[in-house]
Design a protein around this ligand. Structure first.
Ligand code: NAD
Length: 295
């Protein structure tokens, strides 16, 4: 991929790291199955969003691989909120369901927060319920959102001890940016959160030993903004058009200008092949944790 081979060492490989996580999950699942438990995940998909259908299919395949029973509830686009809440209520009470995941986005007429609030906190494998967010804030054991959990595992492959590092998180969503800041704070980093209203964002980025980019703008972060030898975790998944031999093709890129950044930093995650793989692996991990919480 690179003319200079030394760059290869800089890649934090999501494929290798996620496989390791999945191996550990599989082993634990064998152990708890021997105790008569059968970890299971219920996935609720509302409507026909093509990207969501792909994500749900990938989750199902991964469940099969690690030995988790998965059940998909495919609901009509026009279903009303009460019917989804009723289904979640039933799944909350069902002892044969250990994890509940609602695939986002939901149709505009559904109140997302109401749906999240309904999921029993110990079955909330996305870690989005306010009780789990509160537990994370208090640095007590909780179901941690999958993507930031995956980012932490990747970071720790390069630095077991993150204490005292300057970390900058770009983005403040409940799914990525906010829990990411909590996790880094809980690991004794000094954390700065920047977002769409931050002025002179590059001044903050230039001081980051660790940079987490979760924006959703292709190649937003320029190499010249980065600190030498920093570690970059690129959460962004952006589909762009590229012209290859006169043909218009689609390509996935992150929020960081990877090709230029890799020359300057000490380590970086690629897109694809980085954080995305960790997210699914951590969902399996969370389903296992949820099962144990209910034991
Ligand atoms: P979001 O849209 O909810 O949040 C984006 C954040 O970026 C916002 O907090 C906003 O303040 C910030 N932002 C927007 N424009 C900015 C600007 N010009 N300067 C600075 N900050 C700006 O998105 P999200 O759910 O947090 O996801 C972010 C990205 O990560 C998306 O590309 C998404 O597809 C991707 N994502 C990837 C995974 C994965 O598994 N790899 C998981 C979740 C999200």
């Amino acid at each position: 991929m690179f003319k200079n081979e030394s760059y290869a060492d800089k890649i934090i490989d999501g494929k290798i790291i996620s496989l390791k996580v999945l191996e550990e999950v599989s082993k634990s699942i064998i152990d708890i199955k021997a105790k008569g438990l059968n970890p299971s995940l219920a996935v609720i998909l509302v409507g026909n969003d093509p990207a969501s259908s792909v994500y749900v299919r990938n989750k199902k395949i991964m469940c099969e691989k690690v030995g988790i029973k998965s059940t998909e509830f495919k609901l009509d686009e026009n279903i009303n909120e009460e019917q989804i809440l009723d289904l979640i209520n039933t799944l909350n009470k069902d002892s044969g369901t250990n994890g509940i995941l609602v695939q986002f986005p939901l149709p505009a007429h559904i109140n997302k927060q109401k749906i999240i609030n309904k999921i029993a906190p110990d079955k909330d494998v996305d870690g989005l319920h306010p009780i789990n967010a509160g537990r994370l804030m208090n640095n007590v054991e909780s179901l941690v959102p999958c993507t930031p959990q995956g980012c932490m595992i990747m970071l720790k492959t390069r630095h077991e001890d993150l204490s005292g590092k300057n970390a900058v998180v770009i983005g403040r969503s409940n799914l990525v940016g906010r829990p990411m800041c909590q996790l880094l704070t809980n690991s004794d980093c000094t954390v700065t959160q920047v977002h769409s209203k931050t002025l002179n964002i590059e001044n903050y980025i230039s001081r980051a030993d660790i940079l987490i980019a979760a924006i959703g703008i292709p190649k937003f972060v320029k190499a010249e903004w980065l600190k030498e030898k920093s570690i970059i975790i690129d959460v962004g998944i952006n589909r762009i058009s590229v012209n290859s031999n006169g043909e218009n093709k689609k390509k996935l890129v992150g929020d960081v200008d990877f090709e230029e950044a890799i020359k300057k930093v000490s380590a970086i995650t690629p897109v694809p092949g980085g954080v995305g793989l960790m997210t699914v692996a951590c969902l399996m991990r969370n389903t296992l944790i949820a099962t144990k919480l209910q034991m």
